[in-house]
Design a protein around this ligand. Structure first.
Ligand SMILES: [Zn+2]
Length: 395
């Protein structure tokens, strides 16, 4: 049981869901031993996974969390555009930053959770006068990052203890990091202390309100709403300048500046109509995904004997969630279909990943493991939506 909210410290968050499954899903779309519990804080509209679903945080990032080290671009791939050309996350983060902040020609940047340095590399091309620093959870990133930053400007840090090379930064960036933090309030306060007096924090996290499946990812210990993210940065002594749910679908973009007076405001009583509305929407969304599991079980049970093969469209978190929810029936999955150039031809959860245009002729049932808001468009783009002989399960 989670004792208190990770953002506002209000005790005894509400238990929304306790999974009966003995496996959980990670943000890398892998299945892992554990039992997921999802909690909601009705004071700040923050959703949290129990660490019980994820009991050895340090061991996971040290050994398992690979971020596709074999391919420098794969984990940075965000989407395919209308012409099926890759769009990279780091490209979007930089574009949004350039629009939001009027950065000077010189300065010092720390990318906290820099991975293999995809953002640092793009930033350097746009702002060649800046001194770059990076940190992440594993030494394995050093050979990728130090060629960009120069020696001694990459540090290994843990998710419990923020450690950085230096302080007095003009810009600190955290892209999809805060949701992994064990104690986000304490860690963010330490990160805020690394900023110079006119420095900026620029941060992105998944938005649990528009990307509701995020609540089921066990390594995302926090699932932010715009309200809970704003509450978190206030507690860290920062004043939000921009909190946007619209810069990028499914994520929250935040820019904040140091303002120690904000930390003095007690977060104990937030609440209000907006928080209540968010909390109600989250309860509905989590219940919907749980109910999707029951519908899927019925769909698979009703497949006629001798029917063709079963495929899952999407070798990402949605496809993996359906695989997890299928229980023992997942043995019947013959392959995954995915348009990503980094996935087709590889294996996912023990099955081959096939490009949709090479869908095996015997496939008759397709579980649609895609964001429900985009599923029809993606299937139509892949030429499958109206293909004769295919039966779809939509989450
Ligand atoms: Zn809270």
């Amino acid at each position: 049981m989670l004792a208190a909210c990770r953002v506002c410290a209000r005790p005894e968050p509400e238990l929304l869901h306790a999974s009966m499954l003995e496996q959980t899903l990670t943000s890398e779309s892998k299945l892992r031993r554990g039992r997921l519990k999802i909690h909601l804080c009705a004071n700040c509209a923050h959703v949290m996974s129990d660490e019980g679903g994820f009991d050895d945080v340090a061991g996971y990032y040290g050994a398992e969390y690979d971020s596709l080290l074999d391919s420098p671009e794969a984990d940075d791939l965000y989407d395919l555009d209308a012409n099926l050309q890759p769009v990279y996350r780091s490209q979007i983060q930089l574009q949004n930053l350039v629009r939001l902040a009027n950065l000077p020609a010189k300065g010092r940047l720390l990318d906290f959770g820099c991975g293999k340095g995809a953002f640092l590399s793009r930033f350097q091309r746009q702002y060649p006068g800046w001194e770059l620093h990076g940190c992440d959870v594993s030494e394995r990133y050093r050979p990728f990052v130090e060629p960009l930053t120069g020696p001694g400007r990459f540090a290994v840090t843990s998710l419990e203890q923020a450690e950085a090379p230096g302080s007095g930064f003009d810009l600190v960036t955290l892209f999809f990091v805060a949701e992994h933090l064990v104690e986000p309030a304490g860690t963010l306060a330490r990160i805020a202390a690394l900023l110079g007096p006119t420095g900026l924090l620029y941060l992105t996290v998944p938005n649990v309100m528009t990307n509701t499946i995020d609540a089921f990812l066990a390594d995302h210990l926090s699932h932010f709403s715009a309200l809970s993210l704003a509450a978190l940065v206030h507690r860290a002594g920062l004043r939000p300048l921009v909190v946007s749910e619209h810069h990028q679908l499914g994520q929250i973009t935040l820019m904040a500046a140091p303002d120690p007076s904000t930390a003095a405001r007690p977060p104990a009583r937030l609440g209000g109509d907006l928080v209540d509305a968010c909390a109600a929407a989250i309860r509905t969304a989590v219940a919907r995904w749980v109910e999707c599991g029951a519908r899927l079980e019925a769909f698979l049970r009703r497949r006629p004997r001798g029917h063709g093969a079963l495929a899952v469209y999407g070798a990402g978190v949605f496809g993996s969630y359906l695989t997890l929810a299928a229980g023992p029936a997942r043995e019947a999955i013959a392959c995954y279909l995915d348009q990503s150039p980094f996935k087709a031809g590889k294996a996912h959860l023990g099955r081959p990943v096939v490009h949709p245009r090479e869908i095996p002729a015997d496939v008759s049932d397709v579980l649609v493991g895609l964001n429900p808001g985009r599923a029809h468009d993606i299937l139509a783009q892949a030429g499958l939506l109206h293909r004769a002989g295919l039966r779809f399960f939509f989450p």
